[in-house]
Design a protein around this ligand. Structure first.
Ligand SMILES: Nc1ncnc2[nH]cnc12
Ligand SMILES: [Zn+2]
Length: 355
């Protein structure tokens, strides 16, 4: 936990979260409760599934992205009804409100539910209800980003993209954009070129996970081939100085997830996440939780971990927060509200923190 005055300042900043998988907010406790309620048998041959405590202990020992994903996909198999999805998202929004999130652009993984016979509209109904409640109960605005699972056969992804219910959600605005996630290294961005071209034609916002475990060429391919507007993770950008300069110059935002990078062994410690390098080079980035129930921290824990590792100034935190607001996919009016709130918070806290 960072020093208490700085912690309060970070809590009060009007934060935007751009990289958070709703299915990644399923805690072991809720997972076991839903498994019982929905009659889902958890794997009997893995001692991690003995209890919520043993499962949580296993989360401390992830060895890679794929090791985590194994548990992530088993975990979400307990989600069946629209109210399961609503409860799950509300759990996230409650934490987000406590952490001072003003606006959240959240991912969901429909293919992982369709495969189990849960319809797209069941998932969307639950998540949409939670979004409405989050706005009413906490004043948090949000957008939904529909992700394609890169480990599945491309035709499976294409057929989801073309599905009538999915297309309807794109066209009626209940889903704002598309993303690309799951196992990275064997699945280069180019595989998904047609889907991203189709999304662009529909006027959808576009982002993709790239440069988490995969090479920096996946970041350039996501920009050049998929024409994404944002890069999720992107920490391996530091391996290509010219690309780093290009991203800084173009103002392309990265959604960085420090605790996730440590837990999934992409880096040894938060100090190795290239926060200082990005700040110095003028790369725009936001700080995010990724899968908070699996990685031991919501957004404020990530802000605090970054503060502890890099001892950032009030001015640096203000610029990170401003970049997050400006790089969001909400209306300009909403951005203006958050920018005004940011000014207010900084006006109050700057004298106290620099005293
Ligand atoms: N960190 C991550 N990388 C890729 N896919 C994911 N799905 C959920 N979390 C993810
Ligand atoms: Zn992610």
């Amino acid at each position: 936990m960072c020093k208490s005055t700085f912690h309060s300042f970070l809590q009060e900043l009007p934060k935007c979260e751009h990289h958070m998988h709703l299915e990644g907010s399923l805690s072991p406790e809720v997972l076991f409760t839903l498994a019982k309620r929905n009659n889902i048998t958890l794997p009997q041959d893995d001692p991690a599934f003995q209890s919520p405590e043993t499962l949580l202990a296993r989360y401390d020992r992830f060895t890679s992205l794929d090791d985590f994903l194994h548990y992530y996909y088993i975990g979400m198999s307990v989600l069946i009804s629209d109210s399961d999805f609503e409860d799950l998202a509300m759990d996230y929004f409650r934490h987000a409100a406590a952490d001072g999130v003003a606006h959240a652009e959240v991912f969901f993984d429909p293919q992982a539910h369709l495969e189990r016979g849960v319809s797209y509209n069941t998932v969307l109904k639950g998540f949409s209800a939670a979004r409405d409640r989050a706005q009413k109960e906490f004043g948090i605005t949000s957008e939904l980003i529909c992700c394609f699972l890169r480990h599945l056969p491309v035709p499976n992804c294409v057929s989801m993209f073309k599905d009538a219910d999915v297309q309807a959600s794109f066209k009626n605005g209940s889903v704002t954009g598309i993303g690309l996630d799951s196992s990275e290294k064997p699945f280069p961005p180019a595989l998904f070129e047609d889907i991203y071209a189709g999304a662009r034609e529909l006027g959808l916002r576009r982002t993709a996970h790239a440069g988490e475990e995969g090479p920096s060429t996946f970041i350039s391919d996501a920009l050049d081939i998929l024409k994404v507007e944002r890069i999720d993770h992107g920490i391996r950008l530091i391996e290509d100085e010219a690309l780093l300069q290009r991203i800084a110059k173009d103002g392309t935002m990265l959604s960085v997830c420090p605790l996730s990078n440590v837990l999934l062994r992409c880096v040894k410690e938060v100090k190795e996440v290239p926060i200082r390098k990005f700040l110095d080079a003028g790369v725009q980035f936001s700080i995010n939780s990724d899968d908070p129930a699996y990685f031991g921290g919501y957004i404020l824990d990530n802000y605090c971990a970054v503060h502890e590792a890099f001892d950032l100034s009030v001015a640096e935190w203000t610029s990170i927060c401003r970049a997050g607001i400006e790089g969001s996919w909400c209306s300009q009016a909403r951005k203006d509200e958050m920018l005004a709130r940011l000014d207010d918070v900084v006006r109050v806290w700057a004298p106290k923190l620099s005293a």
